[in-house]
Write a protein of this length. Structure first.
Length: 116
């Protein structure tokens, strides 16, 4: 299993920004894909953004144009830059990676609350 440690969540006002970080215990070069999901109270976990090993990105319609997923190979870290945050972005955000042999791993989650 891959250990993933998320950070960067918190309370922010509508229109504000946050950057989530996800530090992996293995080189991110070994992953087929890396991404972020979120789960709001009473709702199912949903995909927010995904980055493949080939450099392709995929965003949910609700965050496209506001969120950006990126990576830092030297730090084995994946980021999610979130701008123009809205109340409906409030959720627990989970980092996930897909490794060809280990399979899919998840972080513990970090809370993002958007409120005035």
């Amino acid at each position: 299993q891959v250990l993933l440690v998320e950070s960067g969540g918190g309370l922010v006002q509508p229109g504000g920004s946050l950057r989530l970080s996800c530090a992996a215990s293995r080189s991110i070069f070994s992953f087929n894909a890396m991404g972020w999901y979120r789960q709001a109270p009473g709702k199912e976990r949903e995909l927010v953004a995904m980055l493949t090993a080939g450099g392709n990105t995929n965003y949910s319609v609700s965050v496209k144009g506001r969120f950006t997923i990126s990576e830092d190979n030297a730090k084995n870290t994946v980021y999610l830059q979130m701008n123009d945050l809205k109340a409906e972005d409030t959720a627990v955000y989970y980092c996930t990676v897909l490794h060809s042999r280990v399979g899919q791993s998840w972080g513990q989650g970090t809370q993002v609350t958007v409120s005035s």
